[in-house]
Design a binder for this molecule. Structure first.
Ligand SMILES: [Zn+2]
Length: 279
């Protein structure tokens, strides 16, 4: 799934191409694509696109009266749409502008989880689904992180992936951040303290910087196999820091990758707290 750096760079590209263009029409191509009833998208008709922002993993198309929040989920893409064909492959919704290409939300696969939320401009961040998001990963401070750690004691890997604690991080960056911070993915947040919070924040910033630098070299959004990683999806490879083997703990939907030498004092992790029968 695209995470903060991929979404951020994509928002920058879209802003370059679409800012100032006047919205003529928003058209859901699947009835499930628009997740809100009010305000109506037509409130933005005739208004220029002011900018393209981001909150967590959401892309924000900003107009004077409303902001459209777009979530790509796993297989969604927001594409420059030159053709505007009647039945585009995987087409979910289309933003049509006064001239030039449209913006087309597509989603491949059968999950149908990508979507568009039309939110009042001034209270967009206080409206669902943005209202539950934690602070953005690229701006959270060590003090904020220490407070968040103290509020809920859970495994750091799960904490980082939970958009309600920190917004913008997913499975890949959680693996990378824990490795970079030299913290076990199973470390409990309640025990990391202020020093642990500072380490995690430094690792988040460095990971975002690396991924964003790569993503900005591209003209379109990367696919997951192209994105930089030291441990994510590298099970069995040597750790680029110490040479030990990258290990994995497998879950039904994702894999936790880590280096035992760098992160757990050599301890091999096994998951004893969840069962596939209980999930
Ligand atoms: Zn290592």
């Amino acid at each position: 799934m695209p995470e903060l750096p991929e979404v951020h760079a994509h928002a920058e590209r879209l802003a370059d191409q679409f800012a100032g263009r006047v919205l003529v029409r928003f058209r859901p191509l699947k009835f499930t694509a628009l997740r809100t009833a009010l305000p109506a998208p037509d409130e933005a008709y005739g208004q220029p696109l002011l900018g393209v922002g981001r909150r967590g993993k959401y892309i924000l198309l900003e107009f004077e009266s409303v902001q459209f929040a777009v979530h790509l989920m796993q297989g969604g893409r927001l594409l420059v749409d030159e053709k505007q064909s009647a039945k585009p492959r995987g087409g979910q919704a289309r933003f049509v502008f006064d001239d030039g290409p449209a913006l087309l939300l597509t989603e491949q696969g059968t999950e149908r989880r990508a979507g568009v939320w039309c939110l009042p401009h001034d209270s967009a961040f206080d409206s669902p689904p943005l209202d539950v998001l934690g602070p953005d990963a690229d701006t959270v401070t060590a003090d904020q992180m220490a407070e968040l750690f103290a509020m809920k004691n859970q495994r750091i890997h799960g904490f980082l992936r939970d958009q309600r604690s920190i917004a913008g991080i997913g499975r890949r960056m959680s693996n990378e951040i824990c490795h970079r911070a030299r913290i076990s993915p199973f470390a409990m947040t309640g025990r990391l303290g202020r020093d642990g919070a500072a380490k995690v924040v430094d690792a988040i910033r460095a990971t975002i910087d690396e991924c964003l630098s790569y993503e900005r070299t591209r003209t379109d959004m990367s696919s997951s196999k192209d994105r930089p990683s030291d441990v994510h999806t590298r099970t069995g490879d040597p750790c680029p820091v110490c040479g030990d083997e990258i290990r994995a703990v497998e879950y039904s939907g994702y894999t936790v990758n880590y280096c035992a030498t760098c992160q757990t004092g050599g301890k091999v992790l096994a998951d004893n707290t969840t069962s596939r029968f209980l999930r």
